[in-house]
Write a new protein. Structure first.
Length: 546
């Protein structure tokens, strides 16, 4: 059922950028799955409504689930259908394109709804009223950059968790999405788990992670240039979920698989894994841009050693990329926010993604200098997901008497669900962690847990206190007080959480500025630097949507 909520004259109010709100009621989990899965593949939906909306209007749709929870989705009107008076029963409505940021939420909803159904639904299960049933091919659309000279050099951010690519057109720098509108790719590689491919990369590897977790390599960037015999790396190498041994050049080599596995074992270096991720990002962007991608500016952690930077260069060359320049990630984030174009400025870069790093930079139009930096290698998105998963597992143990194994498919499903919940809490006060019927006790009892943002804030408080101490350390190294910073630049997906933003404000005593999405800041900055090398004067950075 679709409820129409009229919101007149909202376009004139910048605080309310939504022209129309509606609610879709799903009578059961089968209809919820069909709604979510169908519209994930198409990127949009058709809504029946008598409201007269113009193309380009903003729409917010709340999908109401059988348990009473609601999943908000924002979209843009792409076409309007007015019925012909000569055709009785013709539909009036609008076709909307779901924002790329919400398509992952629909994908998560489809998975949750599928698990909540239990036995396969009958063919007569009721459908939501708003499905557009016209046949549509899978979303393999190419994009077109706006008119203007296009820079040959792109910017690439190889992240511990996510990687991306950005390009220039005219005076604007854009993140380049894939055919599904996703501008970030998981830095994951699954080895020998697909009958047709020896290596599966990115979102395809993410989908295989549950069933083949022992063959999926994550966070290989952290191991670039890591010497196997160096005691400073011993703890990190010992914590890997797969084996590790010394390679011919002394670097750590990962050993994936076990002797009892019919697929055997596979030895692979971190350089090779990173090259597969870079090649995937390069090929995806080339497919969408319609031209080869060969020359790039790459980013690296500010504390990277010469050996680590050399390993990153080798990985890029294996991916058929010519590295024009390697620049520090904090510098890239600052460039994306418009710093470094004029007189000298001192800014702090708070980067919280796959790991944590705080850097104080002095930069101008001609030079930059790192004044001080501090990092926490063991603090990042994966560690927060692990902490949340452990807390949920303990709650499930107390309430249901269920012991979740420390490894295996159920635990990795919990980790993925916690990662989605963490993202949802950046916009919602509460969300549901739902494992469906994945019950190790062998019963049909569904395992779920409501999570409030306030509880997650308490859980993450010790981590935030460590980041505060690291920021203080970075400022001491720079010999500056927080008041000396002219701005704070935010980078990394974790800073989307409201309580993390508040922590930054308390640390630096200035409000974090800028309109750049924090997860895109580093890659947009790399492309901004690339644009300068290409002779382009960029004035704007933005994400390019399909």
């Amino acid at each position: 059922m679709l409820d129409d909520h009229e919101r007149p004259a909202l376009r004139s109010n910048p605080r309310l950028p939504v022209d129309w709100r509606a609610t879709i009621r799903c009578p059961d989990w089968a209809s919820a799955e069909q709604l979510a899965a169908t519209n994930v593949s198409r990127g949009g939906m058709f809504l029946r409504t008598e409201r007269e909306l113009q193309i380009g209007a903003r729409v917010e749709v709340a999908v109401e689930l059988p348990d009473g929870s609601r999943v908000p989705v924002q979209a843009t009107v792409r076409h309007v259908k007015a019925p012909d008076a000569a055709t009785p029963g013709a539909l009036r409505g609008i076709g909307i394109e779901v924002d790329a940021a919400y398509r992952n939420e629909l994908a998560a909803l489809a998975e949750i709804a599928r698990l909540r159904q239990g036995p396969a639904p009958s063919a007569s299960a009721p459908r939501p009223l708003v499905l557009d049933r016209s046949p549509t091919p899978p979303p393999r659309r190419a994009i077109a950059l706006p008119a203007g000279a296009s820079g040959e050099i792109v910017g690439i951010d190889l992240g511990s968790a996510l990687s991306g690519l950005a390009a220039t057109a005219g005076h604007t720098v854009y993140t380049v999405p894939d055919a599904y509108g996703r501008t970030q790719h998981p830095s994951l590689v699954c080895l020998d788990c697909d009958a047709e491919r020896q290596a599966v990369v990115g979102w395809d590897a993410h989908r295989l992670r549950l069933d083949h977790h022992e063959r999926v390599i994550a966070g290989a960037k952290r191991l670039l240039g890591a010497p196997f015999a160096d005691p400073r790396w011993a703890a990190e190498l010992a914590a890997l979920p797969y084996g590790c041994e010394a390679g011919p050049d002394g670097e750590a080599v990962l050993v994936v698989g076990t002797a009892g596995d019919p697929r055997g074992t596979r030895r692979v270096s971190a350089t090779e894994v990173c090259s597969l991720v870079l090649d995937h990002v390069r090929r995806t962007a080339a497919e969408q841009l319609g031209r080869p991608v060969r020359r790039a500016v790459l980013t690296h952690p500010v504390l990277a050693t010469p050996a680590q930077r050399e390993a990153l260069g080798r990985a890029a060359r294996r991916a058929e990329l010519e590295v024009i320049e390697l620049i520090p990630e904090p510098l890239a984030a600052a460039l994306a926010h418009g710093f470094g174009r004029g007189a000298s400025e001192v800014v702090g870069v708070y980067d919280f993604g796959g790991s944590f790093q705080f850097t104080v930079l002095e930069l101008s139009a001609t030079a930059y200098r790192v004044l001080g930096t501090a990092s926490l290698r063991d603090v990042g998105g994966d560690q927060l997901d692990q902490a949340l998963a452990e807390a949920v597992a303990e709650t499930l143990r107390r309430r249901h008497g269920v012991e979740l194994p420390a490894n295996g498919p159920i635990w990795h499903k919990l980790l993925q669900t916690c990662e989605r919940a963490k993202r949802r809490l950046s916009v919602d006060e509460m969300t549901l962690i739902d494992l469906g019927n994945a019950n190790p006790a062998g019963t049909d009892e569904a395992l779920s847990q409501q999570i409030q943002r306030e509880a997650v804030e308490r859980l993450f408080r010790p981590v935030l206190e460590r980041t505060r101490a690291a920021c203080a350390e970075g400022l001491r190294a720079a010999g500056l007080l927080p008041s000396a910073l002219q701005a704070i630049v935010l980078a990394g997906g974790i800073v989307r959480l409201p309580f993390v933003k508040r922590e930054v404000e308390r640390i630096a005593r200035v409000v974090p500025g800028g309109a750049v999405q924090p997860e895109d800041a580093v890659v947009l900055g790399a492309a901004t630097f690339a644009a300068r090398l290409s002779g382009h004067a960029t004035t704007e950075v933005r994400s390019l949507k399909l």
